[in-house]
Structures are given as C-alpha cells and as structure tokens.
Design a protein around this ligand. Structure first.
Ligand SMILES: Nc1ncnc2c1ncn2[C@@H]1O[C@H](COP(=O)(O)OP(=O)(O)OP(=O)(O)O)[C@@H](O)[C@H]1O
Ligand SMILES: [Mg+2]
Length: 370
C-alpha cells in the first residue's frame, strides 16, 4: 500500500472510531464526551502535517460532518445549550486550516533548501572537475617545458660537437698524406676519417630535425601517398592478422602538400588503427572528394574509443598504451591543420573507429609552413 493511501485510511479509521465512541457512549457520561471531543484534534493535526492546508481543512470538515449529527440529534441541537460544542466545530476548522497552512509553508521552505543544497553540490562537483583539469594541464605544461629545454640543450651539444669534429677530420687528412695507401697506418687514418664523417652526419641530421623545417609544398598524388602507407604497413598488418586495404580509389587526386609530412600524419593514424584492431579485423582506407574538399577515411574494426578518452586524444602526451608516447595524434592534427585541413574522429565502443582527414583541394602559394 502506498504511504499516502495508508495515511488517508488511518485518518478515516480514527475519525470513524472517535465518532463511534461519541454515538455509543450514553449522554449522562458527559465528562467522557468532553474527552472524546478533544480526540478529534489528533487526526486533524496529522492531516495538516501530512497534506498541508487542503488536507487539514478537508479533515476538519469531515470531523465536523461526523460530529454535527451527534450534537443535533443526540444532544437535541439546542443552540444556547450546546454553544460550547458548536464552538468546538469552529475550532476544528480554524485549527485544521492554520496548522495546515503553517506545515505547508515549512515543507515548501525545506524543499527550497534541498534544491539550494543540490545546486551547491552540483557546483562543487563542476568545480572539482575543473580543478582536476587545470592540474592535468599544468602537469602537461611542465612536461613539455622540460622536453623543450632538453631539446634545446641537445641542439647546443650537437652544435658544439660539430666544430671539433671538423678539426679532427682536417688533422687526420693532413696525417694521412704522410703515408702511402697499403700502409696499415694509412688504413687506420682512413677509418678515422670515415667514422668522423659518420658522426658528422648524425649530428647534421639531428640539427636538421631540431630546426623548424620550411615546408616543401609540391604537387603529390594522394593515391601514391596512400599506397606507400599501405606498403609500409603491409608486413605489420600481416603479422597481426589484419586486412589492410585501400578501397575505391578510382580517380586520383593531386594535392599541393608536403608529401613527407602528410605521410607522417597518415602513418600515425594507420599505426593507431592497427594497434587497436584485433586479429581477424580490418583497416580500410577510402577517399572521396566533392567540390573543394577531399575526405580520406581510415576505418578500423577495433576496440573503439570511450567518450572520456575521445575528449583527450589530441592532447600531447595523452596515451592509453603502456609504451605509447601520446604524441601521434597531436602531431598529426598539427600537420593536417597546417595544410588547411581538419581531423575528425568518429568511434563506437567495441565496433571500431573512423578517422576522417579533410583536406582542401585548392592550390596554395608555395612556402607555407606545415
Ligand atoms: N584507431 C583507434 N582506436 C582506438 N583508440 C585509438 C585509436 N587512435 C587513437 N586512439 C587512442 O588515442 C590515444 C592517443 O593516440 P596517439 O596516437 O596520440 O598516442 P599513442 O598511440 O598512445 O602513442 P604514440 O602514437 O606516441 O605511440 C591512444 O593511446 C588510444 O587510446
Ligand atoms: Mg599512436
């Protein structure tokens, strides 16, 4: 039984009980009638507390209806004689409505307080989320600051190694002139020169990487770039038991882009797809163009990405892999945006992920900096 119905039944039964006491008790026991008369206040108070103004008033009216015939028919209905009893009926109604009104106000106030408390709790929760996010961003900034300082130090070191290397090579060449080919010392000095050269290449390569490189914007065939990506990953896909294929690339599209960087971006996406896909799954690359844009879709049948993870995948250093660096997608996004394009990730948990690279088709002037 629902609590409200139970309460109504309880009130009804108690009014009926008190009324029966009145009707069945002989009139000469008037002191008992005086007591029963006060019993009526009990259901009236309860109704007012439980159901507010309307409940209190309804209950006092019901009590009046139940009690009035007893005064009229059993006590004779003499107005002057039974004045006190009629006054009691008025009191029931005043008491029921005033108590109901006060109880109702109190209930409304406590509901208002509850709503305020709930609002405060929500705000606190939001504040906690925001402060967690700020802490995470601060941590990320600290890490990238450390990394960029390390990178600068390594570049200075490489630069300082290059100069003595030039001197070592120069003096070795002078020494070599003192010996004839075939002489063991000549061979040793040759090795020394070759190894110095190799070291020089390593340093040169590193410095080239550390320096921001100017973009080499040129015409490139989208199909060729994608075929290269498939060839590069075919072996890995085979080993994992995944079908990696280009699909429906009928007409070729020529893009004005830095081919090397674009390949790097595509490679990051395909590697992620292969890593997320279980054996027996597939990674399919399709492309379609309409008007000024070209959409390249990398669709995998892998684990998918949860909503929480999806919000963070473009953050540098965010990874869910034990040996990941978390840089793949943030670098990819930068490359695609530098080409005037955009990157969209659609995913469904347990069904797979589709990464859509949208690139503009119109030609751009030479010398941009992707
Ligand atoms: N195709 C995908 N399917 C499921 N999750 C993906 C997919 N691509 C990216 N992710 C999620 O996004 C995260 C970030 O990817 P990102 O390429 O930036 O870093 P990573 O792959 O973890 O590390 P790294 O690329 O540096 O080795 C991944 O750790 C993974 O949780
Ligand atoms: Mg990756």
């Amino acid at each position: 039984m629902k609590p409200n119905i139970f309460r109504i039944v309880l009130l009804g039964v108690s009014i009926l009980g008190i009324s029966l006491l009145h009707y069945l008790t002989p009139l000469h026991l008037h002191y008992l009638h005086d007591i029963f008369q006060r019993f009526y206040y009990l259901p009236i108070v309860l109704a007012a507390l439980w159901f507010g103004f309307r409940g209190g008033l309804a209950c006092s009216l019901l009590v009046s209806i139940a009690y009035a015939p007893h005064i009229l028919f059993q006590w004779g209905g003499n107005l002057t004689m039974e004045m006190e009893k009629y006054l009691e009926i008025v009191m029931y109604n005043v008491f029921g409505s005033v108590t109901g009104l006060l109880a109702q106000r109190e209930q409304e106030r406590s509901q208002e307080l509850q709503r305020t408390a709930q609002g405060l709790e929500d705000s606190l929760h939001k504040l906690q989320l925001q402060s967690d996010r700020i802490i995470a961003i601060e941590e990320q900034l600290r890490r990238s600051e450390k990394l960029s300082t390390l990178g600068e130090m390594a570049a200075v070191l490489a630069h300082e190694i290059r100069n003595p290397l030039g001197s070592i090579r120069g003096t070795a060449e002078i020494l070599r002139d003192d010996y004839q080919p075939g002489d063991p010392k000549y061979e040793f000095i040759e090795i020394q020169i070759k190894e110095t050269e190799r070291l020089n290449h390593v340093v040169e390569d590193f410095l080239r990487m550390a320096r921001p490189q100017a973009a080499k914007m040129q015409r490139c065939s989208l199909r060729e770039e994608l075929e290269t990506i498939v060839t590069l990953n075919a072996n890995d896909a085979d080993k994992r038991g995944i079908r990696l294929a280009l699909d429906g690339l009928r007409d070729d599209i020529q893009l004005l882009a830095d081919g090397e960087k674009l390949r790097q971006a595509f490679l990051n996406i395909v590697i992620n797809a292969l890593q997320a896909t279980p054996s027996g799954g597939s990674v399919t690359i399709t492309s379609e163009h309409s008007g000024e844009n070209c959409d390249i879709r990398f669709r995998d049948t892998g684990s998918g990405i949860s909503n929480d993870t999806r919000e963070r995948i473009f953050e540098p250093f965010f990874t869910t892999k034990p040996d990941g660096t978390g840089l793949g997608l943030s670098v990819t996004k930068k490359i695609i945006e530098a080409h005037g394009g955009s990157l969209i990730v659609e995913s469904e948990m347990g069904r797979g992920t589709t990464v859509v690279v949208c690139l503009p088709l119109q030609e751009k002037p030479e010398g941009g900096t992707p």
